[in-house]
Write a protein that binds this ligand. Sequence first.
Ligand code: URA
Length: 434
Amino acid sequence: MRTVDLIHRKRDGEELSPEELNFIVGGYTSGEIPDYQMSAFLMAVFFSNMSDREVSALTDSMVNSGSVLDLSSIPGVKVDKHSTGGVGDKTSLISAPLAAAAGVIVPMVSGRALGHTGGTLDKLESIPGFRTDLTVDEFKEILGEHKLAFIGQTPEISPADGKMYSLRDATATVESIPLIASSIMSKKMAVNLDALVLDVKVGSGAFMKKQVEARRLAQMMVGIGRRIDKRVQALITDMNQPLGYAIGNALEVMEVSQTLQNAGPADLTRLSLELAARMIFLGKITKTLDEARELAQSKLLDGSGYRKLKDVITAQGGDPQVLDRFELLPNATGAQEITTSRGGYVSAIDAELIGQASSMIGAGRNVMEDTIDPAVGVILEVKVGQKIDPGSILCRIYYTGDERLENAAELVEDAFKISQQAPDERDLILEVVS
Ligand code: URA
């Protein structure tokens, strides 16, 4: 088998066999297939798509690039949650502790910033001392003790995804349904989960811009789960404006803390509670979804979700005081206000432009080797539908260096649309696929 022939065939829209996909994934993981050939293969998939059979085989090969963790020594139903990627999307850091506080075992395998979207691991690593590079034994120990632990790809957990994910980020091959589905599901299948809740984002700040594409992605992932007998539910949720007000790693940790103390933004709180409720329901802690919703709400109101996150931060080497004393988090050195000269209603906030601006000043990566600046990002002062006067502040950009500030400010200014009529209200949770 020659890699170039497989790239050629995929480029021309042919279906590859499981053995052929295994050859590519295995060869890339071991280093025999170089980045330039894998980049070409990913671009071929991007343009030629894949059949359901190919996506299942690709996912299996990615899982088999590592091993499947045995969590059977930890009693309880194991449920994880994953988002397809959004801007200001910090729900994992809220729904996971709420579900764990309700008794679900949450072995959370997360990703890093991808394209203009943020990553849970980068957010957690903005907490001084926090380690996401746990060994499998450490992961299991923390999970057993606290019912929740956070980890990323390791040599054991879908290492192929670890390499392909960074390569996709740097080669404009992120927005592909088969590549997103296999990336997410390989990480989830590498940990022996019983159930999974997916948040499939749709809109300007998501990789899927249309609901029909988001539905296809959701169906594909639910189908992969069903094939291996896992309970999977996907919510399709609106990402036409950033979720909450904070975008950027440490800034989002602050908003997580406020939300877990029941003082967070309404949209973020609502979605995090619904995701937590579905984790609790699939985790068989309650008999009905409504009971699960009540339980999630009570874990928010009595502060047990908040305490759970603190305990896990401590267990993973981080400083839990950051949740009370935000000055202990990395802080930006400058802030620039973006104001409007027009009054009216905020009719749109293009989440992709805000995400790009935030990434441009250091919250994300431009090339694989880039390091993240945890302190930088954007805090919105307004949300869609809000009435504003001329001169109102729309948002503040927090930065540590000003080389790219001007470009980022232009993107941010373009993101806001002001109209004279109030825009129609849009649902946050659009559809459930199960
Ligand atoms: N999250 C992932 O883990 N992978 C993707 O490709 C997109 C979002």
